[in-house]
Design a protein around this ligand. Structure first.
Ligand SMILES: Cc1ncc(COP(=O)(O)O)c(C=O)c1O
Length: 523
């Protein structure tokens, strides 16, 4: 049985075989990842309770949030004595119990007793198999398919999807398919959409009113690019590391308006990069549109410094967050950016076709919608009049895939449940180990800065004389290691890391590179 303070949603739930009583009077601290140590309690409290508390308080699944150390929930063991231990981030283990198991009207067989007009949370996920505290890596891996035996270093391209995320998509697809126009279905789907918007907003410390739900990063960039009232002679500043999504959009624009594109060179010495930006921004720069994290080397721009620089010249800033969202903390308020576009399908391991765009409140009216349609409006008439929503959702229109968005929301819940700080620390620690292991390969050159603070979960390297395309093919065929050759540099290979990557994956990568060095590509 679980006792909880009045008002918490899990009161009355939580009876599990072998679990004795514990009392909730202190929120588990994310930083220290509180876990219960009791032979009777074999699941992680954080996983089950924390997301519920965050939701109940209507707050804060922010990537940046730190629960105060003096948190008000205390866990006591069977004897009534405290059994909390504080373990550092990665050591804290999480079970793969589905948090919703403790709140639904479903029993352990997965039967739904919530009534046919509800698509509530579900109970479709495996219980822990008796291991007390698994590592973060094996916990996340337990939610993944077997990856066909691959060492998967392609999260920066497309991540594999967590099983509970896939289940969530299927669940909502089935629910909606009962009849999208059925009143209880459409009502529930609408609630779900707004709920997900709230979760996405909290993840970057925005308000729901400032979030456009999109299908990918590039749509967000296009909304901004095509929403500015361009004047001949204006210019926009990018960097030389941008993805086609933050490049072709602008190439297209310069073909339509007399707008100049400027490119700031990215240096591992970020101070130098900022100097170049400062030099290139002038009175006609209407926007700085740059990747927060470079997809090429993982270089992490000092976001706040970029905004301060640009704002000092009255220029708004759009961050392309495709490689940062879910990999590093993002707080749009602390960054003080005007726009932030991101996708779900990389580091948050959400379905393809999910994403969001943050538009700061005061920029919503500043941006002119180029595309709108049904659902953008508050009112309209047959004579050509319309009144758009005040919120950023005015840029959303027509029919969208809500089941995919539900998968996005579920992915955020899972990371929130595991603890964002543990995830960020896990990516950092693994990336550091990756860099160290690669640097032991004779002749290998690391292109990514050695300091994690200047980079992220991307490690780019080259081995002089070895072409990246054949190298990656050989690694794939011999070691079943998936990496990505970069198209703009013949020898550069990108490895992207996540908490599900294991030490064995890393070992296979370096073994493969050494094999190629020793025996050649054709061996
Ligand atoms: C930095 C960057 N921007 C944009 C994109 C395009 O992302 P999306 O498919 O979400 O538009 C990518 C994809 O790899 C990327 O790395």
């Amino acid at each position: 049985m679980v006792d909880s303070p009045a008002g918490f949603p899990f009161q009355g739930h939580g009876e599990k075989p072998g679990v004795d009583r514990f009392t909730l009077s202190e929120i588990p601290c994310i930083a220290d990842s509180v876990a219960l140590e009791s032979e009777h309690v074999w699941y992680s409290v954080t996983w089950i309770i924390r997301p519920r508390i965050a939701m109940e308080r209507g707050s804060a699944s922010k990537l940046t949030q730190r629960t105060p150390a003096s948190s008000p929930i205390q866990l006591t063991g069977p004897s009534g004595s405290p059994t909390i231990s504080r373990r550092s981030g990665l050591d804290a283990a999480m079970s793969n119990l589905h948090p919703d198991q403790y709140e639904t009207g479903q029993d352990d067989t997965g039967q739904d007793d919530t009534g046919q007009d509800e698509a509530g949370p579900r109970n479709a996920h495996p219980k822990p198999q008796g291991t007390c505290f698994m590592s973060l890596t094996s916990d996340v891996r337990a939610m993944l398919p077997d990856l066909d035996g691959y060492a998967y270093f392609q999260t920066s391209g497309f991540s594999p999807k967590l099983n509970p995320v896939v289940d969530e998509v299927v669940h909502w697809l089935k629910f909606q398919s009962r009849g999208p126009a059925l009143p209880f279905v459409s009502r529930r789907i609408e609630e779900l959409k707004q709920d997900i918007r709230g979760r996405v907003a909290a993840t970057v410390n925005a308000t729901p009113e400032e979030i456009v739900m999109t299908e990918n990063t590039t749509i967000g960039i296009n909304i901004v690019a095509n929403g500015i009232d361009w004047k001949p002679g204006d210019n926009v500043l990018l960097t030389n590391h941008e993805h086609p999504g933050n490049r072709l959009t602008w190439y297209n624009l310069t073909g339509r308006y007399d707008v100049e594109l400027r490119f700031a060179p990215m240096y591992n010495d970020l101070g130098r990069t900022l100097e170049e930006m400062d030099r290139l921004i002038d009175g006609r720069t209407r926007l700085v549109s740059v990747s927060h994290v470079s997809r090429r080397t993982g270089l992490r721009l000092p976001g706040r410094a970029v905004c301060d620089l640009a704002h000092g010249k009255d220029t708004p800033v759009l961050f392309d967050g495709a490689q940062s969202f879910g990999a590093i903390p993002i707080d749009v308020r602390a960054l003080d950016c005007d726009f932030y576009s991101f996708c779900g399908h990389k580091y948050t391991m959400a379905p393809q076709g999910t994403g969001g765009l943050f538009i700061r409140r005061d920029r919503i009216d500043w941006l002119k919608p180029s595309w709108i349609g049904s659902h953008s409006q508050k009112t309209f008439d047959q004579e050509g009049n319309m009144d758009l929503h005040d919120e950023a959702r005015r840029f959303e229109f027509a029919t969208r895939s809500v089941p995919d968005q539900a998968g996005f929301g579920k992915a955020l819940d899972i990371w929130e449940g595991l603890g964002w700080e543990a995830i960020f620390a896990g990516i950092e620690s693994y990336t550091d180990r990756m860099k160290a292991a690669l640097l032991e390969v004779p002749g290998l050159v690391l292109e990514t800065p050695a300091s994690y603070g200047d980079s992220s979960g991307i490690v780019t390297f080259h081995v002089p004389g070895l072409e990246a395309g054949p190298l990656s093919e050989s690694l794939e065929q011999h070691e079943k290691v998936l990496v990505s050759p970069l198209e703009f540099a013949a020898e550069s290979t990108r490895v992207s890391t996540h908490v599900f990557n294991s030490d064995e994956d890393l070992e296979r990568l370096t073994t493969g590179i050494r094999r190629i060095q020793r025996e050649g590509l054709d061996a």
